[in-house]
Design a protein around this ligand. Structure first.
Ligand code: CP
Length: 309
């Protein structure tokens, strides 16, 4: 464990201090350079074993953690619930304890059930990183989003962050509201009334029922995917109407600052939350978010597993 970093696990943004967050962002900026070397690999975490435990689908989070671990020379075990003994009824705890017996130093966990990474952290000797738990939290996404904003705007305070879409079911929205507010920015959220919960307001975000209010002079505009898999019942008349009312396009972005950043955690439904005309827009930093995701996850692995980067 590094002396300047106080967290044992990365379970949510709320439990990280402002200093912890800056520590990770600055370490990520240093480590990012490794990814551009002809051989993008350093021996920092040689001998460490990282288990990627994905009980829900993922492309960016899973593969960027794998890329991050391999760039630091850690070994990885890749677990997917399908085709594992979970299908025969093995419990989560037994699964974790068995992998711990194989020498796992750190679990990276994505699960549909909110609180699962906290449960594992309580029962395991290993370090734990939350890679997304239900609609609760996605701290590594918020950290990579903060890194992208910090890199572009040179600050994380005094900014207006607009988050548009399915706020209620989004763990990304939850973690970003907590994170950007902690770092001194204002967060405005807008979306269909059925997707705007009051508890998000309790986190300190300003809830807007008109998208224009959220977009007005925003420094950062973040669109979210409609999380159909977490709805349980129809919350939208149709996807086409969602695109008309809340989809971002060139015209709507005119309301934001001229040099605003257009962000999305992915996967993007082009033509729904973002118009295809924004794919090559200079304000679009979506693929830079993905690259920063590898750097942030490298920083988290080093911070938790104690390598000398
Ligand atoms: N942003 C994000 O969590 O993407 P994946 O679901 O592909 O990991």
């Amino acid at each position: 464990m590094n002396a300047s970093f106080t967290a044992n696990h990365i379970l949510d943004i709320a439990s990280l201090s402002e200093e912890d967050i800056f520590y990770i962002l600055k370490l990520a900026l240093n480590l990012k350079e490794i990814l551009h070397r002809p051989i993008p690999k350093v021996p920092t975490l040689r001998g460490k074993l990282v288990a990627l435990m994905f009980f829900e689908a993922s492309t960016r989070t899973r593969l960027s953690f794998e890329r991050a671990a391999k760039s630091l020379s850690a070994d990885t075990l890749s677990f997917t619930a399908r085709m594992s003994s979970v299908e025969k009824g093995e419990t989560l705890l037994d699964t974790i304890l068995n992998l711990e017996s194989m020498g796992v130093d750190l679990f990276i966990i994505r699960h549909a059930m909110a609180g699962t990474p906290h449960f594992v952290a309580k029962h395991s000797r290993a370090r734990v990183i939350n890679a997304g738990d239900g609609f609760h939290a996605h701290p590594t996404q918020a950290l990579l989003d903060m890194l992208t904003v910090y890199q572009k705007k040179k600050t994380l305070s005094g900014l207006k962050i607009a988050i548009i879409g399915d706020i209620k079911h989004s763990r990304v929205a939850h973690s970003n509201i907590v994170g950007f507010r902690k770092m001194g920015s204002e967060v405005y959220v807008a979306g269909p009334a059925t997707m705007l919960p009051l508890e998000r307001e309790a986190l300190g975000a300003r809830v807007c029922y008109r998208i224009e209010t959220a977009l007005d002079q925003a420094d950062v505009v973040m669109a979210l995917r409609v999380q159909k898999e977490r709805h349980g019942r129809a919350l939208l008349p149709s996807v086409r109407e969602y695109a008309q009312e809340f989809g971002l396009n060139l015209k709507r972005l005119e309301l934001a600052q001229k040099d605003c950043l257009l962000m999305h955690p992915g996967p993007v439904n082009w033509g729904v939350e973002l118009a295809p005309e924004l794919q090559n827009d200079p304000r679009n930093v979506i693929l830079e978010q993905v690259e920063n995701g590898v750097a942030v996850r490298m920083a988290l692995l080093v911070a938790l597993l104690g390598g000398n980067a």
